[in-house]
Design a protein around this ligand. Structure first.
Ligand SMILES: [Zn+2]
Length: 319
């Protein structure tokens, strides 16, 4: 068993990528929160290829969240049980055969205390009157926020989308919740810690635009009403807002790598350098798929500064 996790500003991204490369049939637990993990295969499509490297500041490092790796699921489940962390298998990895598809309850040592482990999305509202131009929001920085009504079920590792309230009324940045500090101000406000994962967007999303977005019809945060400072978003809303914001602000595309996607098809226009890299990566993937036999054909996601999905079919190497 091996553990990879960024500590004291030192990323273990490269070591983890090397482990994935050397152990294509291995599995790992990804810590979503301190007590809940997801089980993935080393080749999980969420992570892209093993070729891409993290930015030098480690912001998009794969090992920002702890990864516990092993060569068998039994070892990981036994470890999880002893460590009292929950395990939820990745649906995509089950579908692609990277991990076994038997239900969790039938697995050895899988009596985990809690099985639900998805990440929550929260809209955090800040007023321009109190925060000015939000200059303190800088990718990689951390800082405290406060709220009168903290959600009961938010957990460290949850995703935050920052909203500049009236008169701006715009979605401006992305971040991660790092837990309450345990302190309450004299005004009864709970303090909590935030890790900013982006700068303030050069091109924010305005309230009017979002109200015209058909995916967001019925979204609570777009209605008028009590202006709670932290508001729950559904996973679909959170992922969609991330998608729209990062499409408009390409520098944000690495924030939550598994959500970044771009479609490449016969009609896509790909710059020359990107095309070269794409062809090289496809070559690597095709060789790897061939080495693993027919069960490895299928959907892949490539990392080219952002994730690109592609399909390898059996005929790809006939040429
Ligand atoms: Zn997976």
């Amino acid at each position: 068993m091996k553990t990879f996790e960024d500590r004291d500003g030192i990323s273990q991204h490269d070591e983890f990528q090397a482990w994935r490369d050397a152990n294509p049939d291995g599995m790992f637990l990804n810590f979503v929160t301190q007590l809940s993990t997801n089980l993935h295969g080393a080749q999980c499509g969420h992570l892209g290829s093993t070729d891409w490297m993290a930015d030098s500041d480690g912001t998009n490092s794969l090992t920002r969240k702890r990864k516990v790796c092993a060569d068998s699921e039994d070892k990981l489940f036994a470890w999880a049980k002893a460590s009292r962390v929950s395990v939820e298998p990745c649906k995509h990895c089950m579908r692609d055969g990277f991990i076994s598809s038997s239900p969790v309850g039938n697995r050895a040592g899988s009596e985990a205390p809690e099985l639900q482990s998805h990440v929550n999305y929260w809209l955090v509202r800040g007023s321009p009157a109190e925060n000015g131009a939000f200059e303190f929001i800088k990718r990689g920085e951390r800082g405290p926020w406060r709220t009168k009504r903290p959600p009961r079920d938010w957990r460290a590792g949850d995703r935050l989308l920052f909203w500049a309230s009236s008169p701006r009324r715009e979605l401006i940045a992305l971040g991660e919740f790092e837990g309450e500090t345990g302190e309450v101000t004299s005004e009864g406000e709970t303090l909590y810690n935030v890790h900013y994962l982006s700068d303030v967007a050069a091109h924010p999303l305005t309230l009017d635009e979002l109200r015209n977005d058909h995916v967001l019809q019925g979204a609570l945060f777009l209605k008028n009403g009590p202006a709670a400072s932290v508001l729950r978003l559904t996973v679909a809303e959170g992922e969609h807002l991330h998608h729209v914001l990062t499409c408009r602000n390409p520098s944000m595309a690495n924030v939550w790598p598994e959500l970044s996607r771009a479609d490449v098809g016969p009609l896509a226009i790909v710059p020359g350098a990107l095309q070269t890299k794409l062809v090289q990566l496809l070559g690597t993937l095709i060789r790897r798929a061939a080495a693993h036999g027919p069960e490895r054909w299928g959907g892949y996601r490539l990392w080219l500064g952002r994730t690109i999905e592609c399909r390898l079919d059996r005929n790809s190497d006939d040429k």
